[in-house]
Design a binder for this molecule. Structure first.
Ligand code: CA
Length: 229
């Protein structure tokens, strides 16, 4: 199962941006537009982490944070607060109310997800870490680690994201254009043959030591992950 992140934010455009980036990075997402709804979602959906905006209608983010920390069932939930405020006093108040980390708007999605992963790593026991498996390949989503038949596989960040995407969708053929969209992102301009370069590196790393190739090249169509490639 993918780790579930609750986004508590009343600004629809920001929610959509966060959802897009989190889903792209392998998280499942649920949403709450205000503090009351957030507490309901936490009780019902039991998310693995919360992105919590400070400025919310009805109940403020700070108050939601305090209530989560008082609730025995949700006390250990990792919380990253989002806020337009950047004053040192506010930062201290945010962290004092029980947030694990704090990020000031505007922020980059990459930085936010890195912070989120860091607080999840600190608060989740190692055994609860999510692992994707395909054949003898295991990909540890939170720790960003890959092994093949128990041996570590060294991958660059792009090869890691590429493999993670393929492992989320095994046995499906993706065109170079689809992989560029999903792995590199729509805003980044990269040539399609870049995909071939990274597939080649990924193959080389995975197949080191003579392991069977699990990436299939589909002529003029693209690539897929297959057991009997
Ligand atoms: Ca807000």
């Amino acid at each position: 199962m993918k780790p579930l992140v609750l986004i508590v934010e009343d600004e629809a455009a920001l929610v959509a941006m966060l959802r897009y980036n989190l889903e792209k990075e392998g998280f499942a997402v649920c949403e709450a537009g205000d503090g009351e709804e957030a507490l309901v979602q936490i009780a019902e959906r039991k998310p693995d982490a919360v992105l919590l905006d400070w400025m919310l209608p009805l109940v403020s983010g700070i108050e939601v944070c305090r209530r989560i920390r008082r609730d025995p069932a949700a006390r250990g939930l990792p919380i990253v607060m989002l806020t337009a405020r950047g004053e040192e006093g506010d930062r201290v108040r945010g962290l004092n109310s029980g947030a694990d980390d704090y990020i000031v708007k505007p922020f980059s999605p990459v930085e936010l997800i890195a912070r989120l992963r860091a607080v999840m790593r600190r608060t989740m026991p190692a055994s609860a870490e999510e692992v994707l498996r395909f054949g003898d390949v295991a990909l540890h989503l939170v720790a960003h680690r890959v092994t093949r038949a128990g041996r570590p596989v060294q991958l660059g960040p792009t090869e890691f994201r590429l493999l993670r995407y393929l492992m989320h969708h095994p046995d499906r053929v993706f065109s170079r254009e689809q992989l560029l969209d999903q792995v590199w992102g729509r805003e980044v301009h990269v040539e399609e043959r870049t995909v071939d370069v990274h597939i080649r590196r990924l193959r080389k790393a995975l197949n080191a030591g003579g392991a069977r190739d699990i990436i299939r090249t589909v002529r003029s169509a693209g690539y897929s992950l297959e057991e009997k490639a």
